[in-house]
Write a protein that binds this ligand. Structure first.
Ligand code: IPE
Ligand code: IPE
Ligand code: MG
Length: 248
């Protein structure tokens, strides 16, 4: 499949809720961890074919702070998978000029994984290829609480005047500071909700719900979602440009 020629691709930041690993394995009578393993393979594939789409920023939701509600065996497995992913794929991603950032709360993450995260961010910090944000132990509300704490302590010390707090100050205190807001959010796995992902940043993001379970997601699914995005008209609260303002 190729891009629709109807409109130029205007996608600077793609965000993905990679959902459906559990169902992928349940449908096959396999333990949930098999689905998560396949999910990592699907992410690895995405990081190969996404180069062709020339998208500068990619954010993937890999573990939510709410996922700690799952059984310990599953959360340990998910920690392990991130550990292995960094250990196995970091060199290749660095060679491909990918800049890695892991966003989320560092509390509850095992120390050795924090060290791996720090070293992968450090190793790739000067890369200027794909900017990959991995949302790990992330939730939008937690990110906002964190930002409110930072802003209020600056207000307390007198570094910020509370009356001067604006959207720009809030944005610059989020984990995603400096990164454009997502243009397109894809959620795989049929569910039609945002599940605490990028709550501030999604204000005007186009959303594409894909029934594909994340382990089955491939280049064709991405092409379909991007073609759909390229045929949408984003107004950001404005009116269509070809409608003249009524000045009377
Ligand atoms: C997404 O797949 C991965 C994580 C949330 C960690 P799920 O594990 O949520 O898969 P389903 O929704 O149960 O199928
Ligand atoms: C969202 O999926 C989180 C990730 C994909 C990492 P969930 O499976 O946790 O979301 P809910 O529980 O269906 O809303
Ligand atoms: Mg799910």
């Amino acid at each position: 499949m190729t891009f629709s020629s109807k409109r130029e691709n205007n996608l600077s930041h793609l965000a993905i809720i990679m959902d459906g690993n559990g169902r992928w394995s349940e449908y096959r009578g396999l333990p949930r961890q098999n689905g998560h393993k396949e999910g990592v393979k699907s992410l690895r594939n995405l990081l190969t074919y996404i180069e062709d789409f020339k998208i500068p920023y990619l954010t993937v939701f890999s573990f939510s702070t709410d996922n700690w509600k799952r059984p310990k065996s599953e959360t340990s497995n998910l920690m392990n998978l991130l550990r292995k992913f960094i250990q196995t794929d970091l060199t290749e991603l660095h060679k491909k000029n990918v800049k890695i950032r892991v966003i989320g709360n560092r509390e509850r993450i095992p120390k050795d994984i924090i060290n791996l995260i720090n070293s992968s961010e450090d190793l790739t910090k000067n890369n200027n290829g794909l900017y990959l944000q991995i949302a790990f132990n992330y939730s939008g509300r937690d990110e906002l609480v964190n930002a409110i704490k930072k802003i209020s302590s600056s207000a307390k010390t007198g570094d910020i005047d509370p009356s001067a707090i604006d959207e720009q100050i809030v944005s610059s205190n989020l984990f995603t500071a400096g990164i454009p807001e997502p243009d397109l959010l894809i959620r795989t796995g049929s569910e039609k909700r945002v599940s605490n992902f990028l709550l501030w940043q999604l204000a005007y993001t186009e959303i594409f719900f894909d029934e594909t379970l994340w382990p089955d997601f491939n280049r064709d699914n991405l092409t379909i979602a991007i073609n759909d995005f390229n045929n949408r008209y984003r107004r950001f609260g404005n009116i269509k440009k070809d409608i003249k303002n009524d000045t009377t």
